[in-house]
Design a binder for this molecule. Sequence first.
Ligand code: NDP
Length: 252
Amino acid sequence: RHRPLAGRVAVVSGASSGIGAATAEHLAELGARVALLARRVERLDALAARVDAAGGTALPLAVDVTDEAAVQAAAKRVAAELGDADLVLNNAGVMLPSPVEAVATDVWRRQLDLNAGGVLNVVGAFVPQLLRSVDERGVADLVNVSSVAAFGVFARFAVYSGTKAFVSHMSRNLRAELGPRGVRVTALEPGIVGTELQDHVTDENALEWLASTRSQHEWLVPEDIATTVGFLASLPPRVNLQQLTVLPTGQV
Ligand code: NDP
């Protein structure tokens, strides 16, 4: 079996569904030990059991990534139980489009707190481990999950898109700081992937738009993103895919 990630320690936030769950499982298949972070612990336990049954190692950790202390505590457990993380998929996020005049400050705040604040909590807790891993294992990856929304323009998605623009541009700037120290930083920008992300959308116009794209082209599946992450992490340490847009072939 091809195990290019044997010996590596991966952390996946938002590992209980969608892109995070598929990627965690794939990284484990490629040989990494995986730490699974999300709030729905029964989902994480089920995924960890599947990884174990396939001969891998998984550490499920019930964490709300908007809680800085909880993320720090999770990072301690990862280092103690699996070793320092050398691959972080900073993935937990939520997409809640709404018309600006609804002034839905609660959903603005949820997106900012998770998609920007949660991403920063993960960066803060795990970058020290990534830097140590460069010394220990000669490789480290920080993969921040952004979106085509970071550069695309979609009515009703202003706040979500703003959070993703933050993720993409922060990643480019972090790369300037961490790349020379051996940490590869990637802004991963998927187009539409069929996951639970769409299930949280309540705005009627956004739902209609999503349904129309589904009738126009085949959406990606989470496994498409998982294989992409497995690929970039398997490249020689000198190669950094710094920005990666992954679109459904039919998506404009
Ligand atoms: P899902 O809704 O399936 O996954 C989101 C994950 O984030 C879940 O595991 C969820 O777990 C977790 N999560 C939510 N809130 C928190 C929290 N406070 N603390 C910890 N974990 C949390 O959607 P996707 O897989 O699609 O989304 C993953 C990422 O991909 C997001 O950042 C999204 O913006 C991005 N993306 C998705 C696209 C798509 O079309 N699907 C396109 C482009 C980008 P739990 O509820 O158990 O905590």
